[in-house]
Design a protein around this ligand. Structure first.
Ligand SMILES: *[C@@H]1O[C@H](CO)[C@@H](O)[C@H](O)[C@H]1NC(C)=O
Ligand SMILES: *[C@@H]1O[C@H](CO)[C@@H](O)[C@H](O)[C@H]1NC(C)=O
Length: 406
């Protein structure tokens, strides 16, 4: 596997340097230790055991990826029969569809929406554990990993919405978290995709990233982590491997940045998440992604643009017919699309200034819920998530579809 080809010379040095921040390493150990693969899908492992009806589906993207989708409903509602409107959940970077089912049925959004009568569809992007590879490529091929969030927006989201649309004959509510919002914003600028969407709820919404405050991430950007990984011949970013030790070493700046609370140094201080459940979360997270995706995200941080992937001047001319990659124009998102957002004052990835920039460029006037204490992960894992925001989101969805009786 590509990720294991660390130069043998580097490894002892890195291990020696890591001695000084034991906390980080304990986390790494746990992540690697939990790297077993699961038999059966997400339904079988996480959703059915909680008493919910769940069926596995697969859809294929235009560029050949086979994406796993799970259809979930409260066991008291028969699947497909008089169920409420479909809602599609789009997870964040290094996460999978499991992210929506990590806590109790009263806390986690996937369960909560099913409890409220929604026909819940769980998205799993290309490369993640609950997706099913590619029609002709294997995950050992470098071509398999030749994509970023741009392809997730234009191909994955398109394929999932088309599939749900055909099964339910209904427009789809979309909920995204973090990377799930980046792909939503990009996809909603495309008329053929946005036409399938009823309304969107965006948790920690991101289209601009140039005011990111995460010192950990900024360290990695400034040290050009992506170039170092490229030189190592890495295409797949699998954090359940020893490569994570290098990344943490770089991100924590050799101990200069206090990484004793790893999660907080990456995402910002999370007010409401239950830290005694981390071991359980790590059984599922993190999921793989591509190095190209990380490169694209770092481009956004460096340039402050919301644009297609930057291949460099020459290749851009060949690919796009212009020296700079075309931007995704947020004003192209139809004014008629109802949008709800929730963002946090402690979110080190979704900064308030960047969220305001996004809102300013939209033609519509989205409903915005600001949660001062929330960090990036609280939007998924807060123990108070229902009272703080999901209740509000559901009221919003209901107001978009007054005619329906759900
Ligand atoms: C979940 O919420 C319901 C209704 O509000 C309540 O009756 C039940 O006790 C809660 N369950 C848990 C495990 O908190
Ligand atoms: C935190 O998680 C632990 C372990 O799962 C659980 O026993 C406890 O009830 C949780 N606390 C809250 C406030 O949800």
């Amino acid at each position: 596997m590509a990720t294991s080809i660390l130069p043998s010379l580097l490894l002892p040095i890195i291990l020696w340097m890591c001695m000084s921040f034991v906390e980080c390493l304990t986390t790494v150990d746990k992540i690697i230790e939990h790297s077993q693969s699961y038999d059966g899908g997400l339904c079988l492992n996480l959703i059915q055991p909680c008493g919910y009806a769940c069926v596995e589906h697969t859809t294929q993207t235009k560029d050949g990826f086979l994406l796993g989708l799970q259809r979930v409903s409260s066991s008291t509602i028969k699947l497909g029969v008089q169920s409420g409107p479909p809602v599609l959940l789009l997870h964040g970077l290094f996460m999978g569809g499991d992210a929506w089912f990590m806590d109790s049925p009263n806390e986690s959004l996937g369960f909560v929406l099913a409890n409220h009568g929604f026909d819940v569809w769980v998205g799993n992007m290309r490369g993640t554990k609950w997706s099913h590879g590619h029609s002709s490529l294997s995950d050992g091929d470098k071509e398999f990993w030749d994509w970023s969030w741009e392809e997730m927006a234009l191909y994955d989201l398109e394929a999932m919405l088309t599939y749900i649309n055909s099964k339910t004959s209904s427009k789809v509510f979309v909920v995204g978290h973090s990377q799930g919002t980046i792909m939503s914003f990009a996809a909603f600028t495309q008329p053929d995709i946005v036409n399938m969407v009823e309304a969107a709820a965006l948790l920690s919404p991101i289209s601009y990233l140039d005011h990111i405050t995460s010192k950990f991430v900024l360290n990695l950007v400034n040290m050009h982590l992506e170039e170092a990984l490229s030189l190592l011949g890495i295409h797949q970013l699998n954090l359940k491997s020893n490569i994570l030790i290098d990344i943490i070493e770089l991100g924590c700046d050799g101990g200069r940045l206090d990484c004793s609370n790893m999660l907080a140094s990456i995402t910002g201080e999370n007010c409401c998440f239950n830290s005694s459940r981390v071991d359980f979360y790590l059984e599922y997270e993190p999921h793989p992604s591509s190095l190209k995706n990380l490169k694209h995200l770092f481009q956004m941080i460096r340039k402050g643009t919301f644009a297609r992937y930057d291949y460099g001047t020459l290749k851009n001319i060949l690919k796009y017919g212009q020296t700079k990659p075309p931007t995704f124009d947020l004003s192209k998102i139809p004014e008629s699309l109802p949008i709800w957002m929730a963002h946090g004052g402690n979110d080190a990835l979704g900064d308030v200034i960047d969220v305001q920039h996004t809102v300013k460029e939209l033609k519509s006037n989205p409903k915005v819920l600001f949660l001062e204490e929330y960090g990036h992960v609280d939007f998924l894992l807060s123990t108070r998530a229902f009272e703080d925001m999901y209740d509000n989101m559901i009221t919003f969805f209901r107001s978009c579809k007054m005619s329906s009786s759900f």
